[in-house]
Design a protein around this ligand. Sequence first.
Ligand code: 13P
Length: 320
Amino acid sequence: MALQTLREALALAEAGEYAVGAFNVSSLDQVLAVLAAAEAERSPVIVQAIAGMSAYDDESAWWHRLRRLVDEHADRIPVVLHLDHGRTYDDCARAIDHGFTSVMIDASRDIDDDEPSSFDENVALTRRVVELAHPAGVSVEGELGTIGGAEAGITGTVEEIVFADPDQAASFVAATDVDALAVAVGTSHGSVKFTDAEGGQRLRLELIAEIKRRLPDTFLVLHGSSSVPAEAVATINAHGGSVRPSYGISPEQKSEGVAAGIRKINQGTDSHLAWTAALREFLSERPAVVEPSEQLRAGIDGFRGMVARRMREFGSAGRA
Ligand code: 13P
């Protein structure tokens, strides 16, 4: 079976009222972990990579192998291969050349100074990418508002969140014809999220519902939605790590987000925390083990388990 486009996968999610998880990968082991979870859970899945972020020096070779691995699984599960946070037209063009079936152009921030771009600048670059991608049968995700935290490798703060505006969202989609829209609705990227004492509701559900009401045919995407499980952070820190405790978006809030209209949920951090916790625990409990396959297996198992858990929470398990 051919890979799915993002539009195809999210149209099915819309009909079934669930969200598809988009899991960040930066090495072949992580790809295998995500695909194994999808097969075990019989879940559609979005495998996503960020330009310039991988364990390898040669990005072209990495993307070719990524595409091949995903292809091998496409007979058994519906898979989308997506570029996450493309910052330039060239990032998106390279991904399309490598067989990605979906690209995100994140023109919400200026590439040079990382300051929020103007609405017109965002529209202009996003529109150019749509004009390249759509004739090639590739879906496009745009971003409106700026999501806080470390985005595309750039460290930011929660205070930087510029919330999406429903009027602008409607104008943005009309002007660009994007298939999916990442909306800044209270989330933040990265492994250190919210540190205030309240620990409460962060997701602006009424804003999601309002944007959805204005854009019934556009698929809404939640970025920066990891939960940052306290037990994973505690395990890391108990075994030599030093991750500042914080809290993220609870699984319950994500379910509410799905009910309000979110159809794609991005996750990098929670899988990374699970990998790091499992690997650190393994290395400290088995200090004599130097065989890489045993060490890697610990990390892969942690990563796969977290992805599988999220597929069940997002409602995509059992839909493939
Ligand atoms: P997290 O850092 O919350 O996992 O978000 C990842 C993300 O949104 C990638 O685009």
